[in-house]
Design a protein around this ligand. Sequence first.
Ligand code: SF4
Length: 321
Amino acid sequence: MQATFKVHRYDPEAGGKPTSQPYTLDLPEDATVLDGLFKIREELDGTLAFRASCNRGFCGECTLRINRGGRLACMTRVATAKNKDGEITVEPTRFVRVLKDLVYDVDRQLWQKIKAVEPWLQPNGGVQPEHEHIIPDEQLRAVRNAMKCYYCGLCDEGCSVIPFDNTFLGPTALTKAYRFIADPRDHAQAHRLRLVGEPKGMWDCVHCYEADEHCPRGIDPTARIIDIREKAVAMGVKSGATNPQVARHYDSFAASVKKTGWLDEGRLALETWGMRRIIGLLPVAWRAFRRGKLPIPYRHPKRPGAERIRRIFEKAERRPS
Ligand code: SF4
């Protein structure tokens, strides 16, 4: 089988701009993209830099963008990945700092974010217990699923917030946070929830579910982020120390829907940000008014069925958390 690899080449130390270098290869029918990269390096161009380790889809080292989508190079067959012209584009993942060719700064992209969620057990306020803490296996089932994460970063690659703000913790780090928040042996839940409740943390997730689509381990990172949000609400930790407006937003949203059956956006803005900030938004309000998006006088009547919605709220509030 013949295929042409169009490989991202860039050496920041040498200067210049990134290029896409074509290499045409003869490969076995069952070859993977990683096999192709090794063949290029061993037979055509020894200067090509890329990362790989287990070659089994287990370590996540060879995460790359292959034909514009995040994939593990060792698990991607050339025969199915190449386009109708027999070409395969191989690039680093998006938004990373490229160190050379296909090698990028994983420390900045992944490890620093994971470190920020304190990825270690914190039993008894940090004091190591004197005895082994054994718990039934079923209590750890959810945690075990999250422990399958091998930090491939494919969920971050698919994330729809990171393209706008690369300082967002991202689904990989938040999945790691979940792993400890859900662990019954950990006693730092409130501290952890405040940590990931700060700006750039769990409340910045827009739950588009792209992370779940991208995770090769079936961990469903978006669902895990929603799990820790629910835990935060149940524990009354609705924001970090620097963003109390998140908690106000949450409470106002729920109170508005409970009262009138739908969201009162005027009330939401006022209760979330306070009068001083709202005054600063007057130019926005003026533009909205001119476009017919802000009716004056502002009214927010109850919608039909509001009573039923209120009863649903009351039923949920009576439920033990
Ligand atoms: S949660 Fe899934 S996609 Fe994200 S880093 Fe872990 S294994 Fe990879």
